[in-house]
Design a protein. Sequence first.
Length: 164
Amino acid sequence: MAVVSAGQTPKTLFPGDTISSKEATIFVTIDGENYPIIEATEFTAKIEKNKENVNTIGNRWTGHKVTSAEGTGSFNRYTVNSTFLQKGLDFMNGGSDLYFSATVTIADSTSSAGKQTILLTGVNLDDINILNVSSDDDVITDETDITFEGVQLITPFNGVTASN
């Protein structure tokens, strides 16, 4: 984000520097094996901060204290393989739960912002989808919420400068 001094006219963002949400690649690592997730239709992640209200005598404002945080998101994809179902059924049959890492790289070659790579660790699916069939003209999809235990910004965007 560019800093503008008092009295300066801010410049504008060149539209081509925005980043297309389609320009991403996703790899997950499960049990040491890397899988490209070419079937993904949406992958979101955010940090949710848990806050407690802080009220003090003599202050009409309610303050807020962050006491913890958690990683949440969603993972939607076309159903074209059984990897996640197999791992989920292994867990249901007495095996260990599936935790994996996800590496997401966003690189839009039309933007001068460069690329960004995020690593999520300890990713866990909230549910295990078994079937999603219908008599409608549809393709089979799988949608689930996720949680994750860690995040690293491996490569940050370069950022962009204002245009005239």
